[in-house]
Design a protein around this ligand. Structure first.
Ligand code: PHE
Length: 456
């Protein structure tokens, strides 16, 4: 049974939207989405991505939010309460908390690089590069330095912990209300700069011309996987944020806003990057090195690049930080709800544990680089297990739980709360949503999962 303790809540509907958009908008949008689009046909990939978000992202984000809001609990407590303490579903909640812990530990290492790169940009280091190879070498020297890597990682963790420490309203919500608008402003400034650069039309046409020849069957799976990760699905981050939502607020419109913001940032990031990139004569298909190897050269070559480079890495750091906050909040909520810990104690204890778990990831590029399992270093391994295994399994089980165990009547009734007028008009919406959750999402997520394991 649910204990009736006083639980924290968002101060406003927009508080939830910005915090959840903060979780969704992250390195996935600004680092990964543009390079995926660059490698997979530009506009064609963007279209496939939009399709993926509609079929997989939207139904699942609604499912997670409604589970959280109905139970007012962290992932473990939520599944325990809805399944009447069934051990299997309790395990699903744990999977989420553990995935949060694991993702936080390596994601913060990359988040640390973004802060390190703000400093590099300020120092003007990029002006000494004449080719992407120079930039790549410099990047490898930096991450090859264990002090550099570990210090920035710890710095990000401390920043993350300070926001979560002050609670849902005074920490996470307030932080998101400042950081998210700032992020949008910076992004818009960068888009305008990129579009006004001479010869920006080359990059622009790459982004709006449908190039289906670069689309392979696996592009669809990549896009589905990206939609999933980008919306922070499968590990209970949206569920936990949903658990602080008021029953009077509409899940339909809040969830829709989060998804729209997430897509917009990903697409705008591509518009901020490619026109400038093409204008200085670089190739769009640099892959994962795009942000740290290619962009520094773009900045070094463009007018005002010094200033825009600093802005760009601040943008990345803000995006990463609002995501790490949501990851730590999942773990914190578990200890607060289930173990009766104070928030402050949970943050300090589990923030410190995450630092311990993350240190081997930070050392994977230097002192521990020879420690590999199946040619994956520690960082790659944690990334692989959490993003390619835990998240898809989590998402699959969440849709199965809602579709087959919680059931249509209860889930739709809870989804309706706060969106009554929407459901009056679109009375069929609940059925369509449920159909997607019960039949479409499990199949698609299963395919993404097989692909992540390299089976298809
Ligand atoms: N959505 C974040 C991104 O795009 C990553 C993330 C995944 C955050 C899962 C929280 C939970 O970078």
């Amino acid at each position: 049974m649910l204990k009736n303790i006083k639980r924290e809540k968002w101060g406003s509907k927009i508080g939830f939207i910005l915090a959840a958009a903060g979780s969704a908008v992250g390195l996935g949008n600004i680092w990964k989405f543009p390079y995926l689009a660059g490698e997979n046909g530009g506009a064609a990939f963007i279209l496939i991505y939009l399709f993926s978000v509609i079929v997989i992202g939207l139904p699942l984000i609604y499912a997670e939010i409604v589970i959280g809001r109905t139970t007012n609990r962290n992932p473990v407590g939520a599944f325990v309460s809805l399944s009447k303490n069934h051990p299997f579903w309790r395990l699903l909640g744990f999977l989420g908390v553990i995935a949060g812990f694991a993702i936080l530990s390596y994601y913060s290492v990359v988040a640390g690089w973004t802060i390190g790169y703000i400093i590099e940009a300020i120092k003007g280091t990029f002006y000494s590069f004449s080719s992407p190879t120079d930039a790549a070498n410099h990047f490898n020297t930096l991450i090859g330095n264990s002090y550099w890597n570990v210090s920035y990682f710890i710095l990000i963790m401390i920043l993350t912990m300070s926001f979560v420490y002050f609670g849902v309203q005074k920490g996470i919500e307030l932080g998101s209300k400042i950081m998210m608008p700032l992020l949008f402003i910076i992004l818009l400034v960068l888009v305008v700069r990129s579009l006004t650069i001479e010869n920006s039309n080359l990059g622009l046409s790459f982004l709006i011309k449908l190039n289906w020849s670069a689309v392979r069957p696996e592009t669809f799976l990549l896009a589905l996987g990206q939609a999933f990760f980008s919306l922070s699905l499968g590990m209970g981050a949206m569920l936990t944020y949903g658990s602080y939502m008021d029953k009077k607020d509409s899940i339909i419109s809040s969830g829709f806003s989060v998804v729209t913001l997430d897509i917009s940032v990903a697409i705008l990031a591509a518009f901020a990057i490619f026109p400038a990139l093409f204008a200085v004569g670089m190739e769009p298909n640099a892959g994962p090195g795009l942000v740290f190897h290619t962009l520094p050269i773009v900045f070094a070559k463009m007018q005002g690049g010094y200033f825009f480079a600093i802005l760009f890495f601040i943008l990345l750091a803000l995006a990463a930080l609002t995501s790490t906050i949501s990851l730590l909040e999942v773990i914190t909520a578990y200890f607060v709800d289930e173990k009766g810990w104070s928030r402050k104690k949970a943050v300090i204890v589990f923030g410190s544990f995450t630092i311990l778990l993350g240190i081997p990831s930070a050392l994977s590029f230097n002192v521990l680089s020879n420690l590999t399992i199946n040619s994956l270093n520690f960082f790659d391994l944690i990334d692989f297990i959490s993003s390619n295994i835990f998240l898809p399994i989590g998402g699959l089980l969440i849709s199965i739980f809602v579709g087959y165990f919680w059931g249509k009547e209860k889930s739709i009734a809870n989804l309706k709360q706060g969106s009554e007028s929407f459901f009056d008009k679109f009375y069929w919406f609940g059925n369509i949503w449920f159909f997607f959750i019960r039949f479409v999402s499990p199949i698609l997520i299963f395919l993404v999962f097989l692909r992540s394991l390299g089976i298809i």
